[in-house]
Design a protein around this ligand. Structure first.
Ligand code: SF4
Ligand code: SF4
Length: 95
């Protein structure tokens, strides 16, 4: 089964650099940055694009600094249905 696709946004200004999220991420995609935020904490950043949206990082963050997004697969939509064709027809799809 394909992995779910997720993404996170880290509010670096409220991050305190505790690294709980770094430990909690099964994909190892969160790392400590080399810079400090306005409060003087080394904040964390996302370094890879393989987030599954599992929410582990957000659940362990004591500062609620992480927002997790998960891509939802779109349902199939009916575009057109052709029936009862009795002679040649021309179909134009799109522009
Ligand atoms: S949601 Fe899961 S996979 Fe994505 S960054 Fe957080 S812990 Fe890692
Ligand atoms: S768990 Fe929260 S406060 Fe701790 S490093 Fe991660 S984002 Fe920052």
């Amino acid at each position: 089964m394909a992995k779910a696709k997720g993404d996170i946004i880290i509010d670096v200004e409220i991050c305190k650099g505790c690294e709980l999220c770094v430990e909690a991420c099964p994909e190892n995609i969160i790392e400590t940055a080399k810079q400090v935020n306005n409060k003087g904490y080394l904040y964390v950043v996302k370094v890879e694009d393989s987030c599954t949206g599992c929410t582990n990082c957000a659940l362990v963050c004591p500062e609620a600094a992480i927002t997790v997004y998960r891509k939802v697969k779109k349902k199939k939509e009916l575009v057109t249905k052709i029936s009862n064709v009795t002679s040649d027809i021309t179909l134009k799809v799109g522009k």
